[in-house]
Design a protein around this ligand. Structure first.
Ligand code: AMP
Length: 174
């Protein structure tokens, strides 16, 4: 078989000017729609993450897909981090700067117990603001961030600079 990374890349579709002009959106729906590509991707992600994990966080919404699969394989719990107003119980919130304005993410206050090892997963690492806010939420709850893990990294946006001090891993780099 071909190099697995090159094989997975075939299932990522570039959508120009979505959601606004100048953005090339990395669409993972062709990958999600193909069971072989999903299995291959899950296995490649698993090769790169720590094995001792208590909780896997998926970031709304495209982080949920692989985070749940990783949690199942790692025998860990899955935790959704969502936009404000979506989670029904009490939440911790963290805000972060966007190009224009700011955004906020929320996590249930009892999602992580102090001392738990937490793996954070999202589909795309762009500027790193989202992932840094989620790391802040984990630490607010007393958890330990063992890795920030991504399917895709847009290296030219230098998101890793915002995540200095944490182990970061991504499968596909553009
Ligand atoms: P950032 O906070 O800049 O690292 O942005 C990361 C979040 O925005 C992730 O949740 C991604 O799903 C989404 N995102 C940013 N840029 C893209 C892109 N080019 N294609 C797909 N999703 C993106």
């Amino acid at each position: 078989m071909q190099n697995p990374i090159q094989e997975i890349e075939k299932y990522i579709r570039d959508i120009k000017d979505f959601p606004k002009p100048g953005i090339i959106f990395k669409d993972i729906t062709p990958l999600l729609a193909d069971p072989k590509a999903m299995k291959l991707t899950t296995n490649e992600l698993l090769k790169r993450v720590p094995k001792e994990v208590d909780k896997v966080i998926g970031i709304e919404a495209r982080g949920f897909f692989f985070a749940t699969l990783l949690a199942e394989h790692l025998d860990a719990g899955f935790i959704p981090v969502r936009k404000p107003g979506k989670l029904p119980y009490k939440t911790h919130e963290a805000s972060y700067e966007l190009e224009y304005g700011s955004d906020t993410l929320a996590m249930h206050i009892d999602a992580i117990k102090p001392g738990e090892k937490v793996l954070i997963h999202d589909d795309v690492l762009a500027t790193g603001g989202t992932a840094a806010a989620v790391a802040e939420l984990v630490e607010k709850a007393g958890g330990e961030v063992v890795m920030l893990n991504f399917l895709i990294e847009l290296e030219f946006l230098k998101g890793r600079d915002k995540l200095a001090g944490y182990p970061v891993s991504s499968l596909l780099k553009y």
